[in-house]
Design a protein. Structure first.
Lengths: 225, 327
């Protein structure tokens, strides 16, 4: 599902945000990406979502080499990836329902399908009763769940989360992680960047550790690599 | 958080695609929605919307109004174009007999359709009637008005060059004192109107460019205001076309309302001018009515205005959307 081959990202000025990173993730696998800020977690996620491109090496997503994806095709490429942000990135002038429906509208789904899937996604994160609210009236945890519903509404096969629990208390964080765990169980590949080591340990999934742009640890579980 | 059985992900791998006819229907439905959504967005800030539309309206009303007035003037003078006549003022000594003889001679020419003889006595009567210099003329010993032959060229000899050639030949008769082409001032008027109409075209082009820039700048600000939204939409797979669409429709609406304001302004101006014009026409014993804009002009102005709105937003969107990328 995800394959990094000697992937390197050098920013203008010569700083290597990622250096010769190699790893592979299977469909339906879940992994945590750890490391201090500046270790390259965000850059790695950006390479997967084609927000950045590799300077050297290759990143292969779902059998597709990202360096071969033309700019014009990037939107279609991204529709197969659900992205969850630390700061939620919600549209504050639209209701919860409209926020979650946006990926389906973009993908050109028929209205009945949009209504059905949006409600299903909101139901899944337990926010069906808040569909008419505006994001500003929700708590931080609820906003994050809206972000998750939006990321999964288009049934992506890959879910990326950048510090999804960064601003949440441990209990809420744990709930969010359980949501991810559920998605993994139905075959979604999930990658979560986080530095909450306690919680990562408790989850018991694969951990990829980054330091200064290099992969220094990979607890790949047997039978999955 | 209550978790439901996985209705949402039962077909995670095989993502269902809508059929073609559904896709097309959805596509048009989406366009219609964005079309009215962008209108709704504008209505939320009616004042700033009105300001922009008014700038467009005033800029377009100016050349439109001038065009309408000009076409009125052309219509008015068009009536005189065909009726070019040549007046031959005869020398004072010419007797009525000689004048009639000359008139007959000229009538035989193939270029001439009609010759009217106006004796000096009759000419004086007409002059008195028209001007009211009755008493002043009584003070004169002699009749100062010469006998006149008014020559109407035949229809096949009606263009300006032929009439000028005819006038030159008629001037060679020895009884003729002075030849005057009635069409000369009409031609001068036409030449002036040509210049004015060129001016209107140039003014129209310049103001159109102005409208393009006004819309472009307004859309540029709108894009900057929605920067965050654009980034989010790009991150969740929105194509450039999807992002461009609401801005293009916003440009459409600016153009539409601007055109509407322009038409209203021109209608109002024509309405205010029609009274005085009627008065003036009355002084000339003319039944001239100020023509309003015809249907074709109205449609053209609206289409042009909408085109400028779309064009302006297209330029702005093309330049600025590329600069906004997720980081």
């Amino acid at each position: 599902m995800i394959k990094f081959l000697q992937a390197t990202k050098r920013y203008p000025g010569g700083h290597d945000a990622l250096l010769n990173v190699n790893f592979e993730m299977q469909q339906g696998e879940m992994a945590f990406l750890t490391g201090h800020s500046g270790a390259g977690k965000s850059t790695l996620l950006k390479l997967i979502a084609l927000i950045e491109r590799t300077s050297r090496g290759q990143v292969i997503i779902n059998g597709e080499n990202t360096s071969k994806v033309k700019s014009r095709r990037i939107p279609y490429f991204r529709r197969n990836i659900g992205i969850i942000f630390q700061d939620h990135q919600l549209l504050f002038d639209r209701t919860v329902y409209d926020n979650v429906a946006l990926p389906l509208i973009i993908a050109g789904q028929p209205p009945r399908e949009i209504a059905r899937r949006t409600r299903a996604a909101l139901d899944k994160v337990g926010l069906l009763n808040r569909e008419k609210s505006y994001p500003i009236t929700l708590s931080g945890g609820e906003q994050q769940r809206v972000g998750i519903a939006r990321a999964v509404v288009n049934k992506p096969s890959l879910l990326l989360a950048d510090e999804p629990t960064g601003n949440l208390d441990p209990e809420l964080s744990w709930e969010i992680m359980q949501v991810f765990e559920q998605f993994r169980q139905v075959g979604v590949t999930v990658m979560v960047a986080s530095h909450d080591l306690d919680m990562i340990q408790k989850m018991g999934h694969r951990i990829l550790a980054l330091k200064a742009g290099q992969l220094i640890g990979d607890t790949a579980q047997p039978g999955q690599g | 958080m209550a978790m439901k059985p996985d209705q949402l992900f039962e077909d995670v791998v095989s993502r269902d695609k809508p059929g073609l006819s559904t896709s097309i229907r959805t596509y048009f439905l989406r366009h219609a929605q964005v079309f009215f959504y962008s209108l709704g967005q504008l209505w939320r800030t009616p004042f700033s919307m009105f300001m922009t539309a008014a700038v467009i309206g005033i800029a377009l009303a100016l050349p439109t109004g001038m065009h309408v007035l000009l076409s009125n003037a052309q219509q008015l003078s068009g009536g005189w174009d065909g009726a070019a006549k040549v007046s031959l003022y005869l020398k004072q000594k010419t007797t009525e007999q000689q004048a009639q003889k000359l008139a007959n001679k000229i009538r035989k020419r193939e270029e001439v359709a009609e010759v009217e003889y106006i004796s000096s006595k009759k000419g004086l009567e007409e002059f008195k009637q028209r001007t009211g210099y009755d008493t002043a003329l009584k003070a004169l010993d002699d009749n100062p008005i010469p006998a006149t032959l008014v020559v109407t060229p035949s229809l096949s000899f009606n263009d300006a060059e032929q009439i000028e050639a005819l006038a030159e030949q008629l001037g060679k008769y020895k009884q003729v004192d002075l030849v005057q082409l009635d069409s000369e001032w009409v031609q001068r008027l036409f030449a002036i109107m040509d210049i004015v109409s060129q001016g209107v075209v140039i003014l129209g082009i310049m103001l159109s460019i102005g409208v393009l820039l006004v819309v472009g700048n307004t859309i540029r600000l709108a894009i900057q205001n929605r920067r965050d939204e654009i980034v989010i939409v790009k991150l969740i797979g929105g194509t450039d076309a999807f992002i461009r669409r609401p801005f293009l429709y916003t440009g459409f609406w600016y153009g539409f309302f601007g055109g509407l304001i322009a038409l209203i302004l021109v209608f109002l101006s024509l309405f205010l001018m029609s009274g005085p014009v009627e008065n003036l026409a009355g002084l000339y014993q003319s039944q001239f009515d100020l023509h309003k804009m015809d249907f074709r002009t109205i449609i053209t102005i609206l289409a042009l205005s909408i085109g400028l709105g779309l064009g302006g937003s297209w330029i702005a969107v093309g330049r600025h959307l590329r600069e906004i990328e997720p980081r």
